[in-house]
Design a protein around this ligand. Structure first.
Ligand code: PBG
Length: 334
């Protein structure tokens, strides 16, 4: 770097007028960087999510229209999350393996309504288990890694056959990416992408999501035996390295805002497509503060999403994706 010195360098010169600010802008947010998570439900589960104002659990019948709306705004993909009634859940999450279950039907509905829109599905058992864990439990209550991976592999193949474009294992079991990739190869599904939740932390920021899918009240204990300690960073790099070696195409860091250092390291150290997930608790936090007048809602949302890009994220999952995309299009055409 050149050694700069005042007054030869006056940094404000480039900030003085809009034309110069535009020309020197380092990172731009575009609708094409965003992924919209969508909750899908049936019957009594349909309706608003109390801890996420503005977010709906969509009826399967509305999902197609919602997908078309998101696609028309320029958002390239959605991530689907099922909400099951408590009576459909059991200790092994067997509803996850139902070929006519909510997720396969949702995938087909989304594909039919919005061809060309990327369909990402979560691979994990927590929306389906009555204990709220992402895997199956041993008699002593611990999560059984290898037994879980077997079930996840079946779940993944089922979703791939239903037409999912991207499988996103969010369970944090060891070896699951390799098992999924092997099963996909065996099923001759060479083009199905794996977006691995590689660096997923045991975070309190998932609270509202667990409300949304009804796994919070169900959850016995916590997820610290499989999700990572928020205090670590080298551990995240090891997780990413393993998942890439096992066949992940893209890797995710989750949660988002407090973990931008992990996004930065992931991008710098691996140079692969990196996704960041601005999770439910971040959404709730922004909405609550904006509702209290703490800051301008639109500005804060666009600012946080832009910061993900600056940190190195190629794609951002955000519950604000569609709304932000609409604002960005407005600004672009203004
Ligand atoms: C489930 C899963 C979670 C989220 C995405 N997939 C919750 C969890 O791990 O408990 C969180 C998403 C959010 O908080 O927005 N495996």
């Amino acid at each position: 770097m050149v050694e700069e010195r005042f007054p030869a360098t006056r940094m404000r010169r480039s900030r003085m007028q809009d034309f110069a600010r535009q020309l020197t802008c380092e990172h731009r947010l575009s609708p094409a960087d965003l992924i919209q998570p969508l909750f899908v439900a049936e019957g009594a589960q349909i309706g608003p999510v109390a801890s996420m104002p503005g977010i709906q659990r969509h009826a399967l019948e509305q999902l197609g229209a919602e997908c078309r709306r998101v696609q028309a705004l320029g958002v390239p993909a959605v991530a689907l999350f099922p909400v099951l009634p408590p009576e459909a859940k059991d200790d092994s999450g067997s509803a996850a393996l139902d070929p006519d279950g909510l997720v396969p039907r949702a995938i087909r509905a989304a594909k039919e309504a919005a061809p060309g829109l990327g369909i990402i599905v979560d691979i994990a058992l927590d929306p389906f288990t009555d204990h709220g864990h992402d895997g199956v439990l041993r008699a002593d209550g611990s999560v059984d890694n290898d037994a879980t991976v077997e079930l996840l592999t079946k779940q993944a193949i089922l979703y791939a056959r239903a037409g999912a474009d991207v499988l996103a294992p969010s369970d944090m079991m060891d070896g699951r990416v390799g098992a999924l990739r092997t099963a996909l190869e065996r099923d001759r599904r060479f083009d199905v992408l794996i977006l691995s939740y590689a660096a997923k932390y045991a975070s309190a920021f998932y609270g509202p999501f667990r409300d949304a899918v009804g796994s919070r009240t169900a959850l016995i204990g916590d997820k610290r035996s499989y999700q990572m300690d928020p205090a670590g960073s080298d551990e995240a790099m090891r997780e990413i390295a393993l998942d890439l070696r096992e066949g992940a195409d893209w890797v995710m860091v989750k949660p988002g805002m407090p973990y931008l250092d992990i996004v930065r390291r992931a991008k710098a150290e691996f140079g692969v497509p990196v996704a960041a997930y601005q999770v439910s608790g971040e959404y709730a936090m922004l909405e609550a503060a904006a509702a209290q007048g703490a800051f301008d809602r639109r500005r804060i949302i666009l600012e946080t999403l832009t910061c993900f890009r600056r940190a190195g994220a190629d794609m951002i999952l955000s519950y604000h994706a569609a709304e932000a995309a609409a604002w960005l299009r407005e600004e672009h055409s203004a």
